[in-house]
Design a protein around this ligand. Structure first.
Ligand SMILES: Cc1ncc(COP(=O)(O)O)c(C=O)c1O
Length: 389
């Protein structure tokens, strides 16, 4: 093998995801896992039953159609219309994917050439860096800074160069909980039009906004023909293992993404696609109830973390709370997270791994609150000893 590293150089340094490391640590120590963002309760019973029915009725047990089953594509289009007043043709403007993760990968592989630049908020969701690298493109970070993590729009404008191909945006934003406001959305849309940029929006937390509301960037003037909007069922319906996601956008963009997607998984999650079609049609009360439930959990954990002596940056959306541990006399989030299970039986994730410039997030640590109330109370009780050394 000529001494050449096995892993190709594009993936060099990407290693194991922090979620795998921290979830393994939780399993090994029996600690409460507030690291990885998955709920500890499954979603609505009727949605689970819909999946069982599809399995039994033989719907989706064989390869579903490449773009996704028509029932789900129609349900996605109806959801976008009902919720945001957006109109998409289910046949040409909706594509079902293996979670948002595949949608992100297929979109970036489809739209990028080696040498292109992609501007993305940092801290990043970790698959962005990997997919940009796999496409041979270069990531250009726009750093979101505590305490409110608002994007610096002047810095964004300055970051655009003739090589910039696309803006990769995530709102509600993981891990900071920042939700883009109407002024920011308008400024970003204006810049995208002026500099003729493509935009990819990761909206997997669209139903988890506690302050303000979620507005898809694709709904703004000039955005329809240049935006690929991505979402998925995992977070909204608490079935993260089903991996059903989707892309919506203008037909030429969706066709490009479909070309890449067909050589990644081709298709996935057959029976679950039918169940998610039913989930998307749940009454508004489901979505409001889910949001209010998570809001209460956010407040519960935020209170516990503050009582434990951490600085809490209250999220406007998502199911994560970013904190700062400097007030505890701690200097390094990664070391802190590696020792936390032993010290008090809780697992969290260091935000520094989501930055190109780890200094920007050195003392930030993320906790997930998509867990049962009693678990959050227990975690808060365990963490309360921290300040006492
Ligand atoms: C911002 C963001 N995008 C995408 C995903 C992945 O979504 P899916 O599970 O649908 O692939 C996640 C999951 O944590 C996420 O936080």
């Amino acid at each position: 093998m000529n001494g050449r590293p096995l892993l190709n150089r594009r993936l060099d340094g990407l290693g194991t995801t922090i979620f795998a490391e921290m979830s393994a640590l939780a399993a090994a120590t029996g600690a409460i896992n507030l690291g990885q963002g998955f709920p500890d309760t499954d979603g609505p019973e009727e949605v689970r039953e819909a999946a069982v029915r599809a399995l039994r009725d033989g719907r989706g047990n064989q390869y579903p159609p490449g773009p996704g089953v028509p029932e789900l594509r129609t349900a996605v289009a109806e959801h976008q219309a009902r919720r945001y007043g957006l109109s998409f043709d289910p046949d040409t403007e909706v594509l079902v994917t293996a979670g948002a993760t595949e949608a992100i990968a297929a979109t970036l592989l489809a739209l990028l050439e080696p040498g292109d630049e992609v501007i993305a908020f940092e801290p990043y969701y970790d698959s962005y860096a990997a997919c940009i690298a796999m496409a041979g493109a270069t990531r250009v970070p726009l750093t979101l800074r505590a305490p409110d993590f608002r994007p610096d729009l002047d810095a964004l404008r300055d970051a655009v160069t003739p090589r910039t191909r696309l803006l990769l945006l995530n709102s509600p934003h993981n891990p900071t909980g920042m939700v883009l406001n109407p002024g920011e959305l308008a400024a970003i849309a204006e810049l995208a039009v002026e500099r003729d940029l493509l935009v990819v929006t990761d909206e997997v937390y669209e139903h988890l906004v506690f302050e303000g509301e979620h507005t898809p960037l694709i709904s703004l003037p000039g955005m329809r023909e240049r935006t690929v909007a991505i979402s998925s069922a995992g977070k909204t319906f608490s079935f993260t293992g089903w991996k059903v996601g989707w892309v919506t956008g203008a037909a030429p963009l969706v066709a490009a993404v479909r070309t890449a997607k067909q050589y990644l998984t081709f298709v996935s999650s057959g029976p679950f696609q039918y169940a998610v079609a039913e989930a998307l049609r749940l009454p508004d009360g489901f979505f409001t109830g889910f949001r209010e439930d998570l809001r209460a959990k956010r407040d519960l954990l935020a209170g516990g973390l503050a009582d434990a002596g951490l600085t809490v940056f209250r999220p406007q959306g998502t199911y994560f709370i970013t904190t700062d541990i400097a007030a505890l006399g701690e200097k390094d989030g990664l070391a802190f997270c590696r020792s936390l299970p032993e010290r008090c039986g809780v697992v969290a994730v260091p935000n520094a791994v989501f930055y190109d410039d780890p200094e920007a997030g050195r003392t930030q640590v993320r906790f997930a609150f998509c867990k049962r109330e009693e678990i959050l109370r227990e975690a808060a009780a365990r963490l309360s000893g921290l300040g006492r050394g």
